[in-house]
Design a protein around this ligand. Structure first.
Ligand SMILES: C=C(O[C@H]1C=CC=C(C(=O)O)[C@@H]1O)C(=O)O
Length: 371
């Protein structure tokens, strides 16, 4: 652990906030940090730190942003939040351009048809400059306000270095929650944009529920989680069919998974490292899909990794890092991402549209009406 001086991060400042339907967790102050996930896991296991909060990257070779908070506080309610402040974009850059994203989907489908992978998740990002500047607490509240579950998070990824840079978002996807021996996951994969017209919206949900393409895309994630969790669990309940859930912007297929761990000494953080990245953000088989993503997209950094907390008992909760942005120290410039699972039946334009709908989560929270 690299110790952090109080002068760099004042003891009472929130460096981590996670709002979930069942409550809010805050990490206050920062007494140390880790960029190496193995060192953080060892420190938790040997009780040389009382808690770890923060984010792990998509690719394990990239640095993590893990903090040791001075205190970890739980409250039983999620954040209510408030509507966003209205903002406008003063500069925008797409990575890649829309036409290139469609071409990448076509290339990915060819890799699938050729048998290199069964599924790969391709993402695109947008660099924005916005006016007025972002206030972190206000944006966190806007994320919480924007979805019925009040999911929202803010991680002070620059806390250890005294830089005011943040990872903020509203991921709906539970990688894992661990309480004692009980472990739960709720993977999301398979999507349909929502509509302002109630009838069209209901039809989109019904079509998603019966879409063979989306059910296959989803099954890769469920099978992966079952394979990784089964050896660790006495009991593991994996429903045979997904349910349909919604965020403010998208319908998703989701599966609630619950298990009982055989060995309680496995921490929530160990499980996050074991499970992340799932095929909801990477693909199947994992290593081949990760290689393809690295080749096609380049490094993702913290996007599509996991964020959360783990305490001294080994309990904790980690989300998949999606529907998020990284805010620069000037609080005007930021990067946001959206990805989608590509399978053999994927259509390039539909995949592009899906990422556009997913980007809306961040744009709505920023109070940007037209991109
Ligand atoms: C990769 C993302 O979403 C994942 C989670 C839910 C649905 C997904 C899909 O339908 O492709 C993705 O697997 C993202 O939002 O950037």
């Amino acid at each position: 652990m690299v110790p952090t001086a109080d002068a760099v991060t004042p003891p009472d400042r929130d460096v981590f906030v996670l709002s979930r339907p069942h409550g809010t967790v805050r990490g206050r102050g920062c007494i140390g940090s880790f960029t190496d996930t193995a060192a953080a896991a060892e420190a938790l296991r040997t009780a040389s730190v009382h808690a770890v909060v923060g984010a792990i990257p998509f690719d394990p070779v990239d640095p993590a942003a893990l903090l040791v908070p001075r205190s970890l506080e739980h409250s039983p309610s999620p954040l209510d939040g408030a509507p966003p402040t209205s903002r406008r974009i003063t500069a925008v850059a797409d990575h890649p351009a829309a036409s290139e994203h469609r071409e990448r989907v076509t290339r990915a489908v060819k890799h699938i048809v050729d048998g290199d992978v069964d599924k790969v998740v391709l993402a695109r990002s947008m660099d924005l400059t916005v006016e007025p500047a972002v206030d972190v607490t206000e944006l966190l509240g806007a994320f919480a306000h924007g979805n019925a579950e009040h999911n929202a998070f803010a991680v002070d990824v620059g806390a250890a270095g005294g830089r005011d840079t943040w990872l903020l978002g509203a991921s709906p996807e539970l990688l894992l929650r661990k309480e004692g021996r009980r472990v739960t996951c709720r993977p999301y994969a398979g999507s349909a944009p929502r509509s302002a017209d109630p009838e069209t919206d209901r039809a989109a949900a019904a079509a998603l529920a019966s879409s063979a393409k989306d059910r296959r895309e989803h099954a890769f994630v469920v099978d992966y989680l079952r394979d990784r969790l089964a050896p660790l669990c006495d009991e593991l309940d994996v429903p045979s069919a997904p349910e349909v859930r919604s965020t403010g912007e998208i319908w998703h297929l989701a599966t609630p998974i619950a298990g009982t761990l055989r060995d309680d000494s496995v921490t929530a953080f160990d499980l996050a490292l074991l499970l992340s990245p799932t095929p909801a953000v990477c693909g199947t088989p994992s290593e081949a899909a990760a290689r393809l993503i690295r080749k096609i997209e380049g490094p993702r950094g913290l996007y599509a990794g996991a964020l959360g907390w783990c305490d001294a008992r080994g309990d904790g909760e980690w989300l998949v890092t999606i529907r998020c942005l990284e805010l620069s120290a000037d609080h005007h410039t930021l990067r946001t991402w959206a990805g989608g699972g590509i399978v053999a039946e994927s259509d390039p334009q539909a995949e592009l549209d899906e990422t556009t709908a997913k980007l809306r989560t961040v744009l709505n929270a920023l109070g940007i009406e037209r991109a």
